[in-house]
Ligand binder design. Structure first.
Ligand SMILES: [Zn+2]
Length: 280
């Protein structure tokens, strides 16, 4: 695979989407609260069945500093993913030049690129910045015991492993500016600390909305559609509608970890509901 990178300016801030690759879903088995005939809806919206899900990360250069929003999946999710290091190399950015990792949340496809199997930091000079509710959730033994068996190692175990080499360089936030020109907006539900990042400079802005959607062709027209791995599906659906509304009302361009590469779009709202228009 060739490295997929795509630059976009937000005022004085340079934002570049770096693809970590894609994931071919085997089916819709992990989707909950599906509308009738979901395959037809996906096809009508121009998507493929079963879905191919992009995994994007975003590099942000602002005020002489470099942040990376999410780290992709490392080598944990097969050969179609884990492409971030190649994308960084193609862009000419060394991992040790990145001073800040902003995490939308800790799931394998977002945070397994933090550390290698030997427990070494893949971003040796970076501080990891995330919502204050995220790490406590993944270190909560009771929550781990309640989780489906498959998620215990894959989610809880790997989150613990990935963050360990950064424990003395974690900065937790509640909300507000977390990097020059970047404001954290908590959107809990998908995980307890799930966060969107609003990038703003001059009169331009861009909302990097994390996992507000996983399958845009389903969850944009039907925001009540949730995923099996949402920590709190009702809260996730409520956050989704709130983010859609904000993006549509404020005419705010959006970027998503699972919007089809390059992942930039505009949200519209009409009597028929929400629609997502990819940015050209
Ligand atoms: Zn994800």
């Amino acid at each position: 695979m060739t490295a997929a990178i795509h630059p976009r300016r937000v005022g004085d801030i340079e934002v570049t989407v770096l693809s970590d690759g894609y994931l071919d879903a085997a089916s819709l088995a992990v989707v909950r609260n599906l509308p009738p005939n979901p395959e037809d809806l996906i096809r009508r919206q121009g998507g493929r069945v079963p879905p191919r899900i992009s995994v994007n990360t975003f590099l942000v250069k602002s005020a002489g500093r470099i942040a990376l929003i999410d780290t992709g999946s490392g080598d944990s999710m097969g050969p179609t993913l884990g492409q971030l290091p190649r994308a960084l190399a193609a862009l000419g950015v060394a991992p040790d030049a990145i001073d800040t990792i902003l995490l939308t949340h800790m799931h394998p496809d977002h945070s397994n690129g933090l550390s290698d199997a030997a427990g070494r930091r893949l971003f040796p000079n970076a501080e990891v910045v995330l919502h204050e509710n995220e790490i406590p959730h993944w270190f909560d033994d009771a929550a781990m015991a309640r989780a489906p068996e498959r998620q215990r190692i894959r989610y809880f175990g790997q989150a613990r492993q990935q963050i360990a080499p950064y424990r003395d360089r974690v900065r937790e936030f509640r909300a507000g500016e977390v990097f020059p020109g970047v404001t954290a907006i908590p959107i809990p539900g998908h995980t307890p600390g799930h966060t969107a990042f609003l990038i703003a400079s001059g009169n331009e802005s861009l909302l990097v909305w994390g996992d507000t959607v996983h399958i845009p062709e389903l969850q944009v027209p039907r925001p009540e559609t949730t995923m099996m791995f949402d920590t709190d599906p009702d809260a996730a659906a409520a956050s989704r509608v709130r983010v859609f509304d904000m993006a549509a009302t404020e005419n705010l361009p959006v970027a998503g970890m699972h919007l089809h590469f390059p992942g930039f779009a505009h949200m519209t709202k009409s009597a028929g509901g929400f629609a997502l228009v990819p940015e050209t």
